[in-house]
Design a protein around this ligand. Structure first.
Ligand code: ZN
Length: 100
């Protein structure tokens, strides 16, 4: 599979209408196949869009629908990592309380 014709905003990372971009956007495995600069850019954009949405002060946007799919998938990973950190924190707290 390779990139088809890209039509859309010049600064998009993943484009609508391109089989490879659309396939990559749908899975974490696909997103991990992005080169580092583009993955970093997508993560930065995801944080700006998704956290802006939580604060109700959206200041950023995804450039394409395909990018939105990718950004939402990355956001779910972000939430998962946050929860894992919370579990680890409370596990550590419980263990420390058990010691005293
Ligand atoms: Zn593409």
């Amino acid at each position: 599979m390779s990139h088809g014709y890209h039509e859309g905003p010049e600064d998009a990372i993943l484009y609508d209408g391109c089989d490879e971009c659309e396939t990559r956007s749908k899975s974490i495995e696909g997103l991990l196949g992005l080169d580092s600069p583009n993955l970093r850019l997508l993560i930065d954009r995801m944080l700006a869009v998704e956290l802006g949405r939580i604060d109700r002060t959206p200041t950023a946007w995804y450039r394409t629908g395909t990018e939105k799919v990718a950004g939402r998938n990355l956001y779910y990973v972000y939430v998962l990592v946050e929860r894992l950190e919370a579990y680890t924190f409370f596990d550590r707290l419980t263990r420390e309380e058990g010691r005293s």
